[in-house]
Write a protein that binds this ligand. Structure first.
Ligand SMILES: Nc1ncnc2c1ncn2[C@@H]1O[C@H](COP(=O)(O)OP(=O)(O)OP(=O)(O)O)[C@@H](O)[C@H]1O
Length: 246
């Protein structure tokens, strides 16, 4: 149950899996995030929305420890991860499917999955499970990253994140540049993951499609949160759409 929906009878709200508070950050002297706050509950699918250049990728990079936070706090599963290195953040249970996929050209599919496998959190995801989710990857398991199509690279990027057995899976524009059928493959995968209870933070341009998937939405505008709500609220609120139109 999400904290917002806790009734007085149900006791105190469940602590969030991810709680970002008054986060400031950017790239050196370039300030991009101006005090943003949002939370992702356990088992929740949360969409981070906003036009190009509004700070979504910078938020993800800051969560992952790739960009230093200037101030503010990132709590993950009850622990402060604000100042942790990327390796330590992954070890705590965050994993990202990065913008542009970033698969290694000279590593085979199988080598990617073996190299990134982290045995923990019940060790749910193994190379075999990833191949069940994406049979195409099994067929291509001995091929190098550079020999894969864009869609196959995207499946591998998702598989590589899942194989770390993350508590929170983050996807930054996972459908970007994909043909419609491949996009649907990504949505199918996200729907399955959501149904299995995986917590997900997703950034994507296909807002209408996200509305069928996400429990909550946070809209960023110039590095600040300008709107938050669920899919029904987003559907109904014209103000929110003004932040999303190009
Ligand atoms: N390496 C960098 N150095 C300096 N500024 C950067 C860098 N990368 C991004 N920015 C700036 O930070 C701001 C936010 O960019 P960011 O990539 O976080 O936006 P976004 O919401 O993810 O948009 P997009 O969909 O275009 O990726 C933009 O003004 C961008 O120009």
């Amino acid at each position: 149950m999400r904290p917002e929906s806790a009734s007085p009878e149900s006791g105190p709200p469940e602590p969030a899996l991810l709680e970002v508070t008054d986060l400031h950050g950017g790239y050196g002297s370039a300030r991009v995030l101006h005090g943003l706050s949002f939370r992702v509950g356990k088992g929740e699918t949360h969409a981070l929305l906003g036009r190009n250049g509004m700070g979504k990728t910078t938020t993800v990079r800051t969560l992952m420890g790739l960009n230093a936070a200037r101030s503010g706090r990132i709590l993950f599963d009850g622990q402060d991860i604000t100042k942790l290195s990327p390796e330590a953040v992954v070890a705590r249970g965050l994993a990202v499917v990065p913008e542009g996929r970033q698969v290694f050209p000279n590593l085979s599919v199988e080598e990617h999955l073996i190299a990134f496998h982290l045995k923990r959190h019940g060790n749910h995801w193994t190379p075999g499970r990833v191949y069940e989710l994406f049979p195409r990857l099994h067929e291509r398991r001995h091929h190098g990253g550079q020999q894969l199509s864009g869609g196959e690279q995207q499946m591998l990027a998702i598989g590589r994140a899942l194989i770390t057995n993350p508590k929170l899976l983050i996807l930054d524009e996972a459908t970007e540049g994909l043909a419609p059928l491949m996009r649907e493959e990504v949505w199918r995968c996200l729907t399955l993951l959501r149904e299995s209870g995986q917590s997900i933070l997703v950034i994507d341009k296909y807002v209408r499609r996200l509305m069928t998937l996400a429990d909550q939405h946070t809209i960023l505008e110039r590095g600040q949160v300008v709107w938050q709500g669920n899919s029904a609220q987003l559907e109904a609120d014209k103000t929110a759409w003004e932040y999303l139109s190009v």
